[in-house]
Design a protein. Sequence first.
Length: 331
Amino acid sequence: MAEFDKLVEALKAAGEVTRLRLLALLADGELSVKDITDILAQSQPRVSRHLKLLAEAGLVVRNAEGAWAYYRIADSGSRGELVASILQQLPKEDAVLVADHHALEKVKLAHQSKANKYFAQVAQSWDKLRKLHVPESAVEAAILKYVGPKRINNLLDMGTGTGRMLELLSDVYVHGTGIDFSREMIGVARAKLAAAGISHAQIRLGDISEDEAKDGSGALDASDALANLVILHQVLHYFDDPGRVLSNASARLADGGRILVVDFAPHDLEFLRERDAHRRLGLSEQQMQMWGQFCGLKIDHFEQITNQHSNETTDKSLVVCLWVLTKSKGT
Ligand SMILES: C[S@@+](CC[C@H](N)C(=O)[O-])C[C@H]1O[C@@H](n2cnc3c(N)ncnc32)[C@H](O)[C@@H]1O
């Protein structure tokens, strides 16, 4: 198809009420078809048909993950520019778009409350549970090896849970901050750090998916010192849009600093969504690169952590990966 015809197709794809609403919704971040269906209150086949048309026109990108599919808006190339200019023209105060936005917030809150309930239940036993899923000693050895013994001024542990990373790296950082939205988790973290005599780390309650607060309120406080090392250890798979959390991590990163992400490689253990409140079935290298690029980060280091001392309790179909991201030049 000639470029001209392709452009006509793309404009036709965007030029329809539901599809424009879809673009407006996806401008806020990646969403699963299931959530989009709930937000628009339209049937799943209907929503899927609209999404397929947008994807064929290159205006959105599909990512299949187990029984779910996620969509995001095209953010690069000529279609990325076209989507950006369409989004710019959208009247933000339009009643339908405002209602969609409210419905989206409601869906996000429901997910958050489900995750919060799950972590409230497991807070006391989390340190034991973590070991059941993954070869913890191999993962921690890889983290210690990568971080190295050189002193780090400020460490930020996003989704700190019971504060294990702050404990593991306590000899390395001068000042540590852990943030988590579960009161139960941070209760355990505070008690544990106090018992271990770690007084150079503080734990804060907060939502790491929220944008940085310029006024000093919120979890990611713009007035805090920037971090030399940001850790996201087994956290990103709890988010529909891990790119948003990564972007928040990037905003808190000092020049020359590193972001260490430890998470699962793509897997097909669908039951973890229901049982353990996972949203994403692991993260691929390609996705990490794409989310990183979007917020000015590049992957400096990647490794799969193999479990040489595998024991019977860890799940063999879960592979843990370690990514190190730094700011790309010129950002
Ligand atoms: C699987 S645990 C990992 C905890 C810790 N990093 C570790 O490896 O032991 C994920 C943590 O992310 C936290 N979390 C999930 N969503 C969050 C959000 N929106 N804001 C802050 N913390 C969040 C949960 O409360 C939980 O403690």
